[in-house]
Design a protein around this ligand. Structure first.
Ligand code: HEM
Length: 290
């Protein structure tokens, strides 16, 4: 009698477990996937024999990873227990671990199953147009640097899965001429950024304030720009760089101001200094309205 009761209880418990597994199948899959991810993250990848270099999209070894068509990529959308993938600059990453950001109904679900690189800069998450969504050459040089930073983020934080056939890679996984163009523009943007940083070391920024009554006021002090004390104050000048029509205010040392104003250019014509309109060339503060 007791034997039968035990057997009956056991059958009942097993039935209940089966029902629970059936109902929560998707959630259980998700939990198991997270646990696996966590294990892989925290275990010593090399000791466990996991070839970490395969996770680097810039690594030659990654040519062995799969190529995705846009249609295939679209199926990795997190629905019915599917993993969540997104592409950035033609590189595919598994972001299932970030389901709280990318899952259905979450803030960044827009990026899932597609390459929407431009939206990483524009912040436009409503309309998806496959013709323009990854056309990053329409972006400003500084935005290309922003995109490269996003790519570094995904390379570091998520698993690299392969390449997307399309704008950046052809059917053989080879970089397209568009990709070459993107890389060339990125390199140029990085060079210009470094150049601008070096210039601001040499010609530190001005203090700046705005009021309804006077408009924008820019002025130089011995610590303006980088907060470091220097032996000179300098005169405010509009500093233009080649890639942008915008300018920033830089303090030019007294002993260079005449030469720079006369030359109108430095460093082989790249950046250019201009005096502020209606401001004495030797004034330490200037006012302007945009
Ligand atoms: C161009 C605009 C933006 C883009 C492309 C963007 C993109 C993203 C992405 C992709 C993630 C997920 C990162 C991951 O996988 O861990 C994220 C997380 C997050 N974003 Fe944004 N975001 C933008 C603007 C904003 C703004 C304006 C706010 C705040 C008002 C914001 C707040 C957050 C927060 C709080 C998180 C979660 C951070 C965490 O839990 O670790 N984002 N963002």
């Amino acid at each position: 009698m007791f034997g039968f009761l035990k057997w009956f209880k056991l059958r009942f418990v097993m039935l209940a477990v089966a029902v629970v597994i059936g109902v929560y199948r998707t959630e259980i899959q998700q939990v198991l996937r997270n646990l696996t991810d966590r294990y892989l993250d925290h275990s010593d990848g090399n000791k466990a024999g996991i070839p970490l270099q395969f996770q680097d999209p810039n690594n030659e070894a990654s040519v062995n990873l799969p190529l995705f068509t846009p249609e295939q990529l679209a199926t990795y959308n997190g629905e019915n227990g599917a993993p969540i993938y997104l592409a950035l600059l033609g590189e595919v990453f598994d972001v299932t671990r970030g389901a709280k950001h990318y899952g259905t109904g979450c803030s960044y679900n827009f990026f899932v199953g597609r390459d929407a690189s431009v939206s990483f800069i524009s912040g436009e998450f409503d309309e998806y147009d496959p013709e323009t969504a990854d056309n990053v050459l329409t972006l400003k040089p500084s935005d290309l640097i922003g995109l490269a930073t996003w790519k570094d983020f995904y390379t570091k934080d998520y698993e690299y899965k392969g390449k997307l056939i399309g704008r950046f890679y052809d059917e053989n996984g080879q970089p397209t001429s568009y990709n070459d163009q993107y890389l060339a523009q990125l390199e140029q943007a990085q060079k210009e950024k470094t150049q601008a940083e070096q210039l601001l070391e040499k010609y530190p920024g001005c203090n700046i304030e705005w009021s309804e009554a006077t408009g924008t006021r820019v002025w130089c002090t011995p610590t303006s720009g980088n907060g470091k004390e220097r032996s000179w104050t300098g005169y405010p000048r509009k500093l233009y760089s080649r890639s942008t029509t915008n300018f920033q205010c830089a303090c030019v040392p007294e002993d260079q101001v005449d030469t720079l104003d006369a030359a109108k250019q430095v460093n082989h014509g790249d950046p250019m200094f201009k005096p502020y309109d209606n401001c004495d060339r030797h004034a330490t503060e200037c006012f302007y309205r945009v």
